[in-house]
Structures are given as structure tokens and as C-alpha cells.
Design a binder for this molecule. Structure first.
Ligand code: PMP
Length: 362
């Protein structure tokens, strides 16, 4: 039976990449060692991380005054590192359209209890159960603030920001965890972007940070592992980095490049999302929470039947048919199809076929 993995992350990786990694697994570049066994201070690993960085820079058109970091700690650690590095003695705005945006704000609030920074909710859609993107007007933004934090793709709720809002000249900090390299953005509009790797980039354990260097003030009190400037100075090698994950990320970047880059990925992702959304819009058997079509995620598509026990049956029977990990996040229930870059179009066709059959039977 063909297996399709709809997991939200860790998620499906390109078959070509897995095969290449398998081929090189025991003996990387005739070193007689696997990548996992290479010292991070050696020539071979240095080539791996430089290649990964250069390819990502090319894929996202990242200018030189933006620095790229490969870190550990997940996107969740960035909820703390971002305000700690950028917002001391300043205001930091948050627009909250999902649970992860909420978490990012709450971490900043924790810091503000002991440190001089002022996290402010600029807009939120919690009252609408996060079924829409929270909007704001640029005149609400103090131009002296450190940043406006946006979650670019709400992984749990299934909404996404495609048009960047006006922020009165204040840099945007974007949590791109679930749509980096899947949707094209102009990096010049951001002060900082961060993303966990485990959806569109590679195995869990690597976090990407892309930051405009001039935004970083010198702060001696920061713990070394939380200090962007120190990590930049050491080219992500201040301590031992997640070496194998960085190698895998590099292979995925090569794969994206070979398919035509982020433009092409977005086009393919849109085609996949339309297949599923067209069907969802044509039936009343299933419901989708995001009504505004312009805000629908092309990476995570949540849906439900009107009955919780039917949802459970759907997930169980889909699993038995090879359609894996369709259960929605525990906070919202129902189903969610995560169809990132590496998710094949055929899997979406299979899902729609299964959904039609399930609808007929119930
Ligand atoms: N932000 C978003 C948008 C996410 O989807 C996730 C993870 N699903 C996180 C943050 C947290 O990431 P991590 O598990 O890497 O800390």
C-alpha cells in the first residue's frame, strides 16, 4: 500500500533527498565516516554548512547584510531570543492569529516581568477562534518600536499571511516555521525571520534564523547561546551545531533549487491546495474554518465533518488506507492535511478520492 504522510511536522521529506542521504550514509565523500561522525571544526563539515547557507541565500534572495544562523532549540526558543536581542528598552508588537503567535507573545511577557521591554498585542483574532488573520492599521504602530511579530503561516489553524502589512517603518519579525521555502516573500521587508526545519527543510533539530545585522545592539549581558551577535561571529559554530540536520537541510535546498526554486514550489503548492479546497468548497459534508479564501494556508488545510465521532472514524479509516497523520491538532480537533513542499500531488488526489467515498458512505 502506498503511504502518504500528512503530518504537520516532523513531516514528509523528498524521496530523492532521503535516497541521496542513504547513499552517502556510511561513507561521506570518501571520508570513511558518516556525516554524523564528522567533526564540526573540519573541512568537510565546513563545506557542508557553507553550501547550505549559500544555497538558502540564493533560494530566498537574501542580501549580504542579512546573516543566516543554523541553531538548535526549535522555533520556540526564538520566542525568547527575538525579544531578548531586539526589544530591550523598547516596545515589541505582536499580532496574534494562532496558538504559536500567542505563545511567542507570552514568552515576551515573561521576560518583561524582569527586563525592560514592553510587549504589546497589536491585534488578535482569538475572539474569532483564530479563524482569520488579525488586522491592524499602521497608525497604531509606534515607529520607535523594535518590531512587529507576525506568524506567517498558522500551522494549527490553517491561515496564512501573503501580503505583508504596512508597519510604519518598524521591522517585521516573521515566524516562517511552516511556510519557509513554500511561499515566496521579499526578505527585505523583514528584520528577522525564523523557522524550525521540521516541515519544509529537514529533520527536527535545526532552527533557521535570518537577521538583518544592523538591528542587533551590542548586549554584554546576554547568555552566549542566546546572543545572535556571538552566534553570527562564530558562523553558527559557537558550540556543536546539529551537524546531520544541517547536512540534510543542504540536500533539501539543492532539491528545491533543482525544481526551480521557491516560485515553482509555491506554484506546485497552490495547485495541491486548490485540489483539496475546491472539493471542500463544493460539499456541505465537510467544513473548513478559514472562510476568507485569500487567507487560506496552502501548507496546512484543516477540515471537519459536523460530528466528532465521525471525525475520529475518518482519521482511523484514512490511516488504514495509507493516509497517515490526518488528525487535527489537539487544540482544535477534526482533521488537518499538511501538504508541504515535499508532499506529492498524488497524495492530495488520493485524499480527495477517500473523502468523497467517506462522504457517500456516511
Ligand atoms: N511556530 C510555528 C508556526 C509552528 O508551526 C511551530 C511548530 N509546529 C512552532 C512555532 C514551534 O516550533 P518548535 O517545535 O520547533 O519549537
Amino acid at each position: 500500500m502506498m503511504i502518504y504522510n500528512f503530518a504537520a511536522g516532523p513531516a514528509v521529506l523528498p524521496q530523492e533527498v532521503l535516497r541521496k542521504a542513504q547513499k552517502e550514509f556510511l561513507n561521506y565523500a570518501n571520508s570513511g565516516m558518516s556525516v554524523m561522525e564528522l567533526t564540526h571544526r573540519g573541512k568537510l563539515f565546513s563545506e557542508i554548512i557553507t553550501h547550505a547557507e549559500e544555497t538558502l541565500r540564493e533560494l530566498m534572495n537574501i542580501p549580504d547584510h542579512y546573516k543566516i544562523l543554523f541553531l538548535q532549540g526549535g522555533a520556540s526558543t526564538q520566542f525568547t531570543m527575538v525579544p531578548l536581542n531586539l526589544a530591550l528598552e523598547k516596545k515589541a508588537y505582536y499580532t496574534i492569529s494562532g496558538l504559536f503567535g500567542q505563545k511567542a507573545y507570552e514568552e515576551a511577557v515573561k521576560l518583561s516581568k524582569k527586563l525592560d521591554l514592553e510587549p504589546i498585542i497589536l491585534s488578535e483574532s482569538k475572539g474569532d477562534h483564530f479563524t482569520k488573520i488579525a488586522q491592524f492599521d499602521k497608525c497604531q504602530v509606534d515607529p520607535e518600536a523594535a518590531y512587529v511579530h507576525l506568524t506567517m503561516n498558522n500551522t494549527i489553524e490553517g491561515s496564512s499571511i501573503y501580503e505583508l502589512p504596512e508597519t510604519n517603518g518598524v521591522p517585521i519579525v516573521g515566524d516562517m516555521s511552516s511556510n519557509i521555502l513554500a511561499v515566496k516573500y521579499d526578505i527585505n521587508k523583514f528584520g528577522l525571520v525564523y523557522a524550525g526545519a521540521q516541515k519544509n527543510i529537514g529533520p527536527a533539530g535545526v532552527t533557521i534564523v535570518i537577521v538583518r545585522e544592523d538591528l542587533l545592539p551590542h548586549q554584554e549581558m546576554l547568555s552566549s547561546m542566546l546572543d545572535y551577535q556571538l552566534l553570527i561571529k562564530n558562523h553558527s559554530l559557537y558550540n556543536t551545531p546539529p551537524t546531520f540536520g544541517i547536512y540534510m537541510a543542504g540536500l533539501v535546498f539543492d532539491w528545491v533549487k533543482s525544481l526551480g526554486g521557491v516560485d515553482e514550489m509555491e506554484k506546485l503548492n497552490r495547485e495541491k491546495a486548490v485540489l483539496l479546497y475546491d472539493y471542500l468548497d463544493s460539499t456541505t459534508f465537510y467544513q473548513t474554518p478559514i472562510k476568507n479564501k485569500a487567507e487560506r494556508s496552502i501548507c496546512n488545510i484543516p477540515f471537519t465533518t459536523s460530528d466528532e465521532s465521525l471525525d475520529q472514524l475518518f482519521v482511523k479509516q484514512a490511516d488504514e488506507s495509507g493516509l497517515k497523520n490526518l488528525k487535527g491538532h489537539r487544540s482544535v480537533g477534526g482533521m488537518r492535511a499538511s501538504i508541504y513542499n515535499a508532499f506529492p500531488r498524488d497524495g492530495v488526489v488520493e485524499l480527495v478520492r477517500f473523502m468523497k467515498k467517506f462522504e457517500k458512505e456516511h
